[in-house]
Structure formats: structure tokens, C-alpha cells
Design a protein around this ligand. Sequence first.
Ligand code: PGA
Length: 261
Amino acid sequence: MKIGIFADPEAVADVAATLVITAMARTENRSLGVSTGSTPLPLYARLREAHARGEFTLEGVRAYSLDEYVGLPVEHPQSYRRVLFNELVGEGRTGLREEDLHTPNGHAEDVFAEAARYEESVIDARIKLQILGIGTNGHIGFNEPGTSLSARTHVEVLAKQTRSDNARFFGDDPDAVPELCITQGAGTIMEAKKLLLLATGATKATAVRAVVEGGISMHWPGSVLQWHDSVVLLADEEAAAELENADLYKERWELTTRRNM
Ligand code: PGA
């Protein structure tokens, strides 16, 4: 795992944007895994700015969401399809075409069959770069503690912690946060060629420590990333505050970046 530690979320977003822009420019298979939540928003803003300057486009890129709530109307401002549409779709944003934005259908009559269909479409896409956030409980996607680290796309019950963390998007009411979602499994996420994990803010410090320096365990689902050979973690100082080896990671980042490794 390559670990970069930066002063604040804005500095994290600058580096993340460079990585995404480079990865999407270089590849034949232009498929990008996108995530929601607050963490990637400054990154998406950078991508929109680069698009406005004519330096970058997601036109022709197929984008795949990590997850979607079950039961929220598509037009609900917090449905992940709506969030990602507003952030990324269209010439006014990043050039991503609406038909190239793929999200699980949280309204399917049979959500289990929909999870299986989405799994197949993600695997077929061979995701080149997957953007990830981390939950305060260590979830990636919505793989909550206790979920198999080799799980494929499935219907998941949201942890109480997650519903309380996400209440801020639902008028501060945890009960308004859906109870179920469809999420790529940790095993599905691990199939992406490269993973870009973003963590900012003090609330993430314990999860970052557990995921990076703890044992691989379904108690902290993000810890499975230790087993992937191409992960970049970009954290701000607050999220990295509990890392025991922070100085080593900084030194390694500095040296390998300078030598273009
Ligand atoms: P956040 O969510 O970016 O809103 O903190 C991250 C996550 O739950 O994966």
C-alpha cells in the first residue's frame, strides 16, 4: 500500500485528481469506479475544474457506483444515482454521459437478482481505477463489519453506526436513512486493477489505523485492502493521526514520488 499523508482535505483532493486524470488518460479500458459520501466531493470538484479548462473528460468512460440505497426514489437527492449524476454527468460537469453512469437499481422488484446482475456488469467492466472512502467502522462500499471479505455484490443491512453517520444527509434523522442497500462486495472491489482510498477528518483516524496497521479481519472490512497489490491511500493529517508508522509512510511517499516509482 502506498500511503500519502497531506495537510488537509484540499491537498488530498489535489493529489487524488492528478491520479484519476492520469489513470483515465492512459488506459484503453476506460472504466472508473466511483464512490459517494462527503470524502470524494473535493476530488469531483477538481475533475469538473479540469474539465472546464479542457484538460480532462470522462466522455467515453464507463463509471460504476460502489453501492446504492434500497427503496429511495431515484429522484431523491440522496439516491446515489442522483448524487453521482449531479457531481459528474454532462458537459457542464466532467463529460460523463448519463448512459455510462452505472448504479445498482435500488428499486428493482427482486433486489437480490439485481445485485447479481450488477456484479456481472462490474466484473465485465474490468474497473481500471476504483475510488473508495472508508466508514468510521471500517466499511468499504457498504460492506459492514462481519461481512465476508470475499463477498460479491449483495444486499446489505446498514450498520447502526453507518445510519447515524449518514443521518446528516437525511435531516439529521438516522431513522430516515434506508436500512438496506445493494453494495459491491469486498471481493468485487478487490477485482479492480487499482484502488484509490481517500480518508479525511479526525472521525476516520481509528478506522485508518485499523485498516492499515491492524490485522486483516472482517471486523474492519477495509483491512482486506492490505491484500491488494495496487492501493494508494491518501489521508489528511487528521485521518492519519493514529498511524504508528506515519513518518515511515511519509518518507517512502517522498522518495518513491521523487523517483517516479
Ligand atoms: P464519507 O463516507 O465520505 O461521507 O465519510 C465514506 C464511506 O462511508 O465510505
